[in-house]
Design a binder for this molecule. Structure first.
Ligand code: GAR
Length: 216
């Protein structure tokens, strides 16, 4: 079966990109990364793509007079590579409603919180300040509003006594590296449908147990 052609858009470190690269390396994984696009030439993730032999494009937003022109360049690169699904992985540019509409239900993002809580930046510090007992991450289809859209996969990560934002971020990141490949696999297997702005997943099973934090 043909594998789903994916582009990953990054701005920095690229650890989620690396998790997707490793998932796609399995011969039976139903997706392949056809292109990595960065809006920054110095993004570390570009080296990870290079090591994996994946085509890269640097499209610096500063080279364009308008957001629309920047996105038109991205769109041309995606079309040229015959990309079917776009994964945002630490891509730190807001996309216009027009771009989001053009890629509707073919554009996914990972965000380091249990959405709809803690949209935006500094999610871990804000989660700790709010005193939540679970943090986590969310993979979702992108809509025009920032960090909003139908949820595909979430991972819940317990907040531990003495956590600071850095330690919590590290554990959530490890969960991100499991959640994103899972979401990509489900989509590429054709099991994910959006109905009334909620995601249905064919043949999915939920974990059997409720988890308490603290346990006692
Ligand atoms: C990840 O934690 C991702 O969830 C977050 O940026 C980080 C990128 O790390 N994305 C957002 O905050 C988007 N709202 P990475 O470059 O190592 O994958």
């Amino acid at each position: 079966m043909a594998r789903l052609k994916v582009a990953v858009l990054i701005s920095g470190r690229g650890s989620n990109l690396q998790a997707l690269i490793e998932a796609c390396a399995a011969p039976d994984f139903p997706a392949e990364i056809a292109l990595v696009i960065s809006n920054r030439a110095d993004a570390k993730g570009l080296d990870l793509a290079a090591k994996a032999g994946i085509p890269r494009a640097v499209i610096p937003h500063r080279d364009f007079a308008t957001r629309e022109a920047f996105e038109a360049a991205i769109d041309r690169a995606l079309t040229a590579a015959r990309v079917e699904l776009v994964c945002l992985a630490g891509f730190m540019r807001l996309l216009t409603p027009e771009f989001v509409a053009r890629w509707r239900d073919r554009l996914v993002n990972i965000h380091p919180s249990l959405l709809p809580s803690f949209r935006g930046l500094d999610t871990h510090a804000r989660a700790l300040a709010a005193g939540v007992r679970f943090a986590g991450c969310t993979v979702h289809f992108v809509r025009a509003e920032m960090d909003e859209g139908p949820i595909i996969v979430q991972a819940a990560v317990p907040v531990l006594p003495g956590d600071d934002a850095e330690r919590l971020a590290e554990r959530v990141l490890a969960a991100e590296h499991r959640a994103y490949p899972l979401a990509l696999r489900l989509i590429a297997e054709g099991r994910v449908t959006v109905r009334d702005e909620r995601v249905e997943i064919a043949g999915a099973s939920a974990p059997p147990e409720t988890v308490l934090n603290p346990q006692r």
